[in-house]
Structure formats: C-alpha cells, structure tokens
Design a binder for this molecule. Structure first.
Ligand SMILES: [Zn+2]
Ligand SMILES: [Zn+2]
Length: 230
C-alpha cells in the first residue's frame, strides 16, 4: 500500500510524521500558497517547523545512517539551502553528524536503547519485555514476564501493563495475556514465564516445550510460589 498526497507546504512535516508512524511508502506533491502574506506570523511559524524538520532529519540519520539533501528537500518541501542549513546546525549539535557531498552521515549508529529491568537490573530484551505503568505515570520495565509478575506482586501502585508476545513479538495487554510457566525454553529468568496474546499459540508451544498455561493471576501466584523460600 502507498499514499499519494497533495498537501500544502506548511503541512509537510506533519504529513511525514504521520507517514513515519504508519510506516507506509508515500509520494507527495507539495504546493505552496499564502506563503508570503504574513511575514511576522511566518517567521514564528517557520522557526517552529525548523525544529520539527531537524528532528525528522535526525531520526532518518539514526535509522538509515545517511541522508541526501535532494531527497530531504523533496520530502520536506523546502529548498536545498534550507536542508544544508539544517545539516550544518545538526552537525554543530551532534558530533556524530558529518556533512558529506550531497548530504550527511551519522558516523556511529546510536547504541540500541535498552532499559534495565526494575526487578533484577538486567538489560531488557525486546523479545520478552514487559512495560508497567504506575499510578504516578512512571514507566517500569521488566526483562521478562517472570520479573514483571514479581513487580506486580511487590508494588501496589501499578495500574496497567503491556507484555510482548513471544512468537509474534507484538505488544499485548498483560491482563489479557496467556502465560506459559516453566517450559523448557528459558530465555531470561528462571522459572521461565513466556507471554502469548493467543491461547492457541500458547497451547501449541506447550505441546513442543512443556510447561503450564496460566492467566495473569495464576501466573503471578506460581512465580511468587517458586520464588518463596519457605
Ligand atoms: Zn528482570
Ligand atoms: Zn528476566
């Protein structure tokens, strides 16, 4: 699927933001009207857009490692000169950004943003990550469902949680997730707890690798039981 759009020039950064979020290819024709009518307003307006534009360029650099002036100028509906100025600015702000002929590169890729498990301190693997939201708006991350369930048990201020489906790597609501406890697949903490968005997937996985299927409450009880010494 692709989007073909005709948009007013001032809307282009917003448009590209939307396209980036949706992750679909898009082709765009940009037109520019009313542009020189209100110089004061325009000045304010464009200053704001420059921030968005630079953020967009920086994101592209992080993702792809390089950008081209020609391409960016078309995508964002601004002149080559504007993009050159943006790249100059970015290279003064971030020494990883280097201008090269026709564009810019980011010298070293950003390290992957790994959080630390709020329970055990281990890095959080994307495959098993759990994210919990507290009453005060704080976000807690857990390395896997094992630690996520222990956090749920030890803290009383958690209002919602998201888990990662072990097969599809999709985010699922912790409340609706199906857990497979103590299967032969130990990817993170032990006893192993894997999450699935679909009970059928959990059952099939269980046929191959054993373990017990549980809902959230039962899984929490099981983990706490396994971790209690007496
Ligand atoms: Zn942990
Ligand atoms: Zn873990």
């Amino acid at each position: 699927m692709a989007i073909i759009a005709v948009i007013w020039r001032d809307c282009t950064p917003l448009f590209w933001k939307a396209v980036r979020i949706l992750e679909i290819p898009a082709f765009v024709l940009v037109f520019d009207i009313f542009h020189t009518n209100h110089p004061d307003f325009e000045h304010e307006h464009w200053r704001m857009l420059a921030i968005e534009r630079r953020e967009y360029i920086l994101n592209r650099l992080r993702k792809e490692g390089r950008v081209q002036v020609r391409e960016l100028s078309q995508e964002l509906g601004v002149s080559h000169m504007t993009i050159h100025r943006d790249l100059d600015y970015l290279s003064t702000q971030d020494d990883r950004v280097k201008k090269v002929f026709g564009g810019a590169i980011m010298e070293r890729p950003y390290p992957p943003e790994v959080g630390k498990c709020a329970m055990c301190g281990k890095p959080v693997p994307t495959r098993t990550a759990i994210s919990l939201q507290t009453f005060s708006g704080e976000r807690l991350e857990a390395c896997c469902a094992h630690c996520g369930l222990l956090l749920l048990e030890t803290r009383d201020d958690i209002v919602s949680g998201m888990a990662t489906d072990y097969i599809l790597e999709r985010v699922v609501n912790l409340k609706a997730a199906v857990f497979l406890i103590e299967s032969d697949v130990v990817v993170c903490c032990s006893p192993s707890v894997l999450c699935f968005g679909d009970e059928e997937h959990a059952r099939r996985f269980q046929q191959g690798f054993g373990g017990e299927i549980a809902d959230l409450d039962e899984a929490k009880k099981q983990v706490v039981f396994h971790m209690t010494l007496s």
